[in-house]
Design a protein around this ligand. Structure first.
Ligand code: PMP
Length: 453
């Protein structure tokens, strides 16, 4: 006998009505929307969100996975305060100590990185990675995977969530735009591959090797689906042979499977890695890191190794422009460094706690004989409606019962569990046993009402 959603969220409704007057759909980002309207949050602490109607929620959205220490972690707070109070400002616009200090830390965790550049988002990091790949190979087409998101970039916002009618065959997916208004030419320069189907990838990449300069992949599809056997390793070998720059987009997965990326887990060194979210400690941030011979193309240094044998005019033509007012922002790097310090201490506990949480959830699903699974590696997972033994890629989710999904998320929400949008459980060090226990109890309560036996 729960209150209706509207009765529970009257102030949020009022807020959204106001917001709609001044912003399309009342939103600052499309992903924030869910039916009938999202709640507005007023305050947060640790693992909890508090909405404008005064309700408390256990937060599994965690800033789209960016807040791996939870809300308002003391060490991040004091690092930010220290930056402002001791160093006197929050933006130098010049080189400063934290830039190199942070890069040194990243190189320590990611053996594939010899050099890094910073951006202000994961999207920007991927834009830079693509440009680097094109400059490096002199080839201007791209390959990406169906179901993989890399930001709202014309050449990459393709076949992220195509509907069944448009998607084409599982082996050679169609190229489907996920937005109106994208550059037609950029789109046509992108090839779409099926994840975990090596032979089909090999065929497409080999056929178009003369044109494709970059292959970008989420090494865990959608941050949760594992590559089969040696899929990543084989892509690595193939791209090397075909002179294609291999980019691992670890924006979601960086520091989610341990101190490093999925690349460390599978022992594959991509040419370039992009990151965001966790490394910025909850601030706008992105990283591109990789091989010096590629990264070095952004160097403005005259006489830099690459350009040593070029005359001045050629050097200018060869230089790859990368800049940004806020790149290497001191507050972001302060928050990022503090986050990495805490994660070094807390990582293994968090990974163990997440595994326990997943197995407790699965026990609930089993007890009620439900076709549901907690899928993911490390501190990020999704609860999926499926009874498939193994999940290989986007196509495994074609027949998800969307109505049931909505009902379940809504019911959990009304029990104080915040998973929308995206239905992803982004665990943080603030999710303690009590938070997990409460979540399990909410599932125990909700599940029988959705699947009456
Ligand atoms: N790549 C991946 C794998 C992502 O998950 C995201 C964001 N969800 C992005 C890129 C884009 O990052 P941002 O939102 O910081 O631009």
């Amino acid at each position: 006998n729960r209150l209706s959603y509207e009765a529970q969220t009257m102030m949020s409704k009022r807020h959204m009505e106001r917001a709609k007057q001044v912003m399309p759909g009342g939103m600052t980002a499309n992903i924030k929307h869910f039916e009938p309207y999202p709640i507005a949050i007023k305050r947060a602490h640790g693992s909890r969100l508090f909405d404008v109607d005064g309700h408390e929620y256990i937060d599994y959205l965690m800033g789209y996975g960016a807040l791996m220490l939870g809300h308002g972690h003391e060490e991040v707070k004091s690092a930010i305060q220290q930056q402002i109070e001791q160093d006197g400002t929050w933006l130098f616009g010049t080189p400063h100590e934290k830039e190199a200090a942070f890069a040194e830390r990243l190189l320590r965790y990611f053996p594939s990185m010899e050099s890094v550049r910073y951006t202000n988002s994961g999207t920007e990091a991927n834009l830079l990675a693509l440009r680097l790949a094109m400059a490096h190979t002199g080839k201007y087409k791209i390959a990406k995977f169906e179901g993989h998101y890399h930001g709202a970039i014309d050449s990459l916002l393709i076949s992220v969530s195509p509907n069944e009618q448009d998607a084409g065959t599982a082996h050679e997916p169609n190229r489907v735009a996920d937005s109106y208004g994208m550059d037609e030419l950029a789109m046509q320069n992108t090839f779409v591959l099926p994840f975990n189907q090596y032979e089909h990838c090999e065929k497409i990449l080999t056929e178009h090797a003369a044109e494709i300069g970059a292959l970008i992949v989420e090494p865990l599809e959608a941050g949760i689906i594992a590559p089969t056997n040696d899929f990543l390793q084989k892509l690595h070998t193939l791209t090397k042979k075909l002179n294609i720059v291999l980019i691992f987009d670890e924006v979601k997965t960086g520091f989610r499977t341990g101190m490093g990326g999925v690349q460390n887990l599978y022992n594959v060194e991509p040419d370039l890695t992009t990151m965001g979210k966790v490394v910025g400690g909850g601030f706008p941030f992105g990283v591109v890191g990789g091989k010096q011979e590629i990264m070095g193309r952004t160097s403005p240094l005259a006489g830099f190794d690459f350009f040593a044998d070029q005359d001045q005019t050629d050097r200018k033509q060869l230089a790859l422009f990368h800049s940004g007012t806020y790149n290497g922002h001191p507050l972001v790097l302060a928050a990022g460094l503090a986050t990495l310090d805490v994660l070094e201490e807390e990582m293994s506990d968090l990974l163990i706690r997440t595994e326990q949480f997943k197995s407790e959830l699965e026990a609930v699903f089993k007890k009620h004989s439900l076709p549901m699974k907690a899928v993911g590696i490390g501190s990020l997972f999704s609860v999926l409606f499926t009874n498939k033994e193994s999940l290989s890629n986007y196509r495994c989710f074609e027949h998800v019962d969307k109505k049931l999904r909505t009902e379940m998320d809504r019911a959990l929400f009304q029990e104080g569990i915040y998973v929308k949008p995206g239905n992803r459980y982004s665990m943080s060090v603030a999710h303690d046993d009590e938070a997990i226990e409460k979540t399990i109890m909410a599932y125990e309560k909700v599940v029988p009402t959705l699947f009456p036996s």
